[in-house]
Design a protein around this ligand. Structure first.
Ligand code: NAD
Length: 363
């Protein structure tokens, strides 16, 4: 099992270091190789996604990614900015399915802005199509309007577009993921208004025929946004397009209260994937040793489950994280009174100790 490790910038290096320690503590046969990406790669090679990094990512079975970006690169031309590395990797590796769990640990329910009973035990998985939709559809641009409400005025336009195979493959990802969970999928669209969504609904329904053991319902996106804050635990797997998924996955992330806890995966057709925390490089706290490494450690667990076919090892990591939280250890972002504040490395130490079955005590 070859893992490419791309720490990136800011807190990326600090949090990835802890995730790699956790992976090594599993004592499985991993080959782990590291390469620069983002601003770090720009400094070393003059490009955020240099050839050696891309070659390593292509050769690996899975990629563990930290985060990229720093304000000091904001003045670079767009093609050289750190964030282009992640877009480049998605494109070059054909990563079309983005999986974002929103999991609210019972130990952290106070961190949510919703009432504790609404989010305690929340465990939903949002599957967002990542390479199509209005973000990439052509034509797009600006022009002078020849019709509409204001002929002669400047206007801008984008094209919402999905093809049948694009919808089919993301529907398969959702139904297969549901089989690893409670076999319930909600497909979110706006089929009452959009042609694209009507095709989406028809195709997802057709693919369901291959998964008779999975339950499917459809929901309009405006209702889904409402239900996510009204009764989030009524969902299990949500599958949706790029635009709706972008918005709903951030909404769901906030239900859990802490971005420092949320992993993510982006998969290709063969389940090869890039795994990264849902947050960015947090330049405001970089180098201070206080970043929460748990989102990255949980991303490594997702990597074991979805790309490396090691569900048992994934479960071991997830249980270790649960044990650390139960022992009252918290990084600053999830700290609350009566818990013990620890730094990035101490949190990594605690997860490794829990993996090895050592009893955790508050220091
Ligand atoms: P951010 O997610 O980096 O930070 C937002 C806030 O959350 C900050 O206050 C930060 O300190 C805090 N935070 C984030 N992760 C944390 C963690 N693990 N532990 C504790 N606190 C944490 O978002 P931002 O500030 O908008 O962006 C900073 C940089 O990251 C930008 O350059 C942006 O482009 C980049 N970014 C990269 C990715 C990526 O690599 N995939 C994603 C989002 C943003």
């Amino acid at each position: 099992m070859k893992i490419a490790v791309l720490p990136g910038d800011g807190i990326g290096t600090e949090i990835v270091e802890q995730a790699v320690r956790v992976l090594r503590a599993l004592e499985l046969a991993f080959e782990i190789e590291q390469a620069p990406v983002g601003g770090a790669a720009y400094e070393a090679h003059g490009h955020p996604l240099p050839e050696p990094t891309l070659t390593l990512a292509k050769a690996a079975d899975a990629i563990l990614f930290g985060a990229v970006g720093d304000w000091k690169y904001d003045k670079l031309e767009r093609a050289l900015r750190p964030e282009q590395a992640i877009l480049g990797l998605r494109k070059q590796l054909g990563l079309f399915a983005n999986l974002r769990p929103a999991l609210c640990y019972r130990q952290l329910t106070d961190a949510s802005s919703l009432k504790a009973d609404l989010v305690a035990g929340l465990d939903i998985l949002i599957i967002r199509e990542l390479t199509g939709d209005i973000y990439f559809g052509q034509p797009r641009g600006r022009r002078v309007a020849t019709d509409g409400h204001f002929p002669g005025a400047q206007e801008a336009f984008d094209t919402m577009r999905y093809s049948r195979p694009e919808i089919e493959r993301i529907a398969h990802v959702a139904f297969q993921a549901a089989r690893k969970r409670s076999r319930k999928v909600t497909s979110v669209d706006k089929a009452n208004v959009l042609e694209t969504s009507q095709l989406w609904r028809d195709v997802v329904t057709a693919v369901l025929a291959l998964y008779p053991d999975v339950e499917l319902d459809h929901m309009y996106v405006d209702n889904a946004a409402m239900q996510l804050v009204r009764a989030p635990k009524s969902f299990d797997v949500i599958v949706t397009g790029n635009l709706f998924g972008d918005i709903l996955s951030d909404e769901a992330a906030m239900l859990t209260g802490s971005i420092g806890m949320l992993p993510s995966a982006s998969l290709d057709v063969r389940n090869k994937g890039l795994y990264e925390p849902s947050h960015g490089s947090a330049p405001d706290i970089a180098g201070q040793g206080i970043a929460n490494p748990l989102a990255t450690i949980l991303s490594a667990a997702m990597m074991l489950r979805y790309s490396l076919n090691q569900p048992e090892a994934a479960g071991r990591i997830e249980r270790a994280v649960d044990a650390v939280l139960s022992a009252g250890l918290r990084t600053a972002d999830i700290w609350s009174p009566n818990t013990t504040k620890v730094g990035t490395r101490e949190m990594g130490d605690a997860v490794v100790a829990a993996l090895r079955g050592k009893a955790l005590t508050r220091s």
